[in-house]
Design a protein around this ligand. Structure first.
Ligand code: NAD
Length: 369
């Protein structure tokens, strides 16, 4: 069997800095766990624009389509702000998402015990929290037609259209059920079936897929506004939440912020299964290129390292090794190690990006004892 393949796109700003730490982790799994990857690296975003005049070359796009998973750092920066829209760094990322047809966006909200004080909610509400929001990413009101601003009589009217086909709902529902089977075996689907026809269809299709294909997974439904309340009241009642593009945009930000810093948040975007059964997949931290701290060794590499943990779990079926990596992160935080973004008001001395990466690798090593 050939090694699984991984395309690494560090990108701009702190992207390459945090990716250097992920490479240490990947190398550790290769040498110490016999989990070797065929890793290739390429340019995306401003870095690709500087080298090739485009934020993503066709060759890189082709490579992304052919590997088992793509891991991206971050793109963008003030240097590129004046560029034409068509060649801005973010276009590289959008092209990847669009051409790989990544319709399921996975945003975990996981609270590491050592950081429970960082949340704006009470510690006992968030400590130990581990939920996953699955947001439909390629359809819904952000894409539906008709759209635009038209003039009716003597005033203007803004129009967007919420539109979902049965197959679009079914495929993201399947992603959520599959994930639930690898986690706590529970899915809660959120829509507004009380006021929107698209919500009625959403609920019917999710229920049908659940009944026919995933009877072993516990399924519930909730109106999205009630879901937002429940997420802040008692988020631990959820395991996997599946919802549409618009509600998912709001609910995933809400859920992510239950847990604290941007430097801690990973994400995955998954598409249809490839011939080998693995889904098309792009893993990336939620944060951007952080130009304000780029090049200073201050970036927190944990979001990107946890994105690789998601790749281990969802692309490579190595849930136990993903647990090991998340456990290593948990243990360095419990030991009190903090990058600058995780320092509380009491101060203390932060560790650098590479010190955090090294500590996580050391904790991985300790996990073998
Ligand atoms: P940002 O996420 O880059 O930074 C917001 C704040 O969080 C900054 O103060 C930054 O220092 C801090 N921060 C972010 N990640 C951190 C980390 N790992 N460790 C420590 N601190 C961290 O968002 P922004 O400032 O709005 O955008 C900067 C650039 O990044 C822009 O060009 C934007 O378009 C781009 N961007 C890219 C992505 C992406 O690549 N997916 C996402 C968001 C923004």
């Amino acid at each position: 069997m050939p090694n699984p393949s991984l395309l690494i796109l560090p990108g701009d700003g702190i992207g390459p800095e945090v990716m250097t730490e992920v490479r240490k982790v990947i190398d550790w799994f290769g040498t110490r766990r016999g989990l070797a990857f065929d890793v290739s690296e390429d340019l995306v975003g401003g870095a690709a624009y500087d080298a090739h005049g485009t934020p993503l070359t066709d060759a890189t796009m082709e490579k992304a389509q052919s590997v088992d998973a793509v891991l991206l750092g971050a793109v963008g920066g003030p240097k590129y702000d004046a560029l034409d829209f068509s060649v801005k760094p973010e276009r590289g990322l959008l092209r990847l998402r669009k051409e790989m047809d990544l319709y399921a966006n996975l945003r975990p909200a996981q609270c590491f015990d050592a950081l429970a004080d960082f949340s704006s909610l009470k510690k006992d509400v968030v400590a130990g929290l581990d939920i996953m929001i699955v947001r439909e990413l390629t359809s819904g009101v952000y894409f539906g037609e008709p759209r635009g601003i038209i003039t009716e009589g003597n005033e203007r009217v803004g129009i967007n259209t919420q539109r979902y086909t049965e197959s679009e709902i079914a495929r993201v529902a399947r992603s959520a059920f599959e994930l639930a089977r690898k986690r706590g075996n529970k899915v809660c689907s959120m829509e507004k079936a009380n006021v929107m026809e698209s919500g009625v269809l959403w609920r019917e299709v999710v229920q049908k897929i659940g009944d026919e294909e995933y009877p072993d997974v516990e399924l519930s439904h909730m109106y999205a506004d009630a879901g937002a309340m429940q997420l802040t009241r008692w988020p631990k009642q959820f395991d996997v939440i599946v919802t549409d593009n618009l509600f998912g945009d709001l609910l995933s930000d809400l859920a992510a912020m239950l847990t604290g810093s941007l430097g801690m948040l990973p994400s995955a975007s998954l598409g249809a299964p490839m011939a080998n059964g693995r889904p098309k997949a792009l893993y990336e931290p939620v944060h951007g290129s952080a130009p304000d701290i780029a090049g200073q060794g201050k970036a927190n590499p944990i979001a990107c390292i946890l994105s690789f943990a998601m790749a281990l779990r969802y692309s490579f079926d190595r849930g136990a090794e993903a647990d090991r990596l998340e456990g290593a992160v948990q243990s360095v935080l419990a030991d009190g190690l903090r990058t600058a973004d995780l320092m509380g008001p009491d101060g203390g001395s932060p560790v650098s990006t590479s010190e955090m990466g090294d500590a996580i690798v050391a904790a991985l090593e300790t996990s073998l004892n």
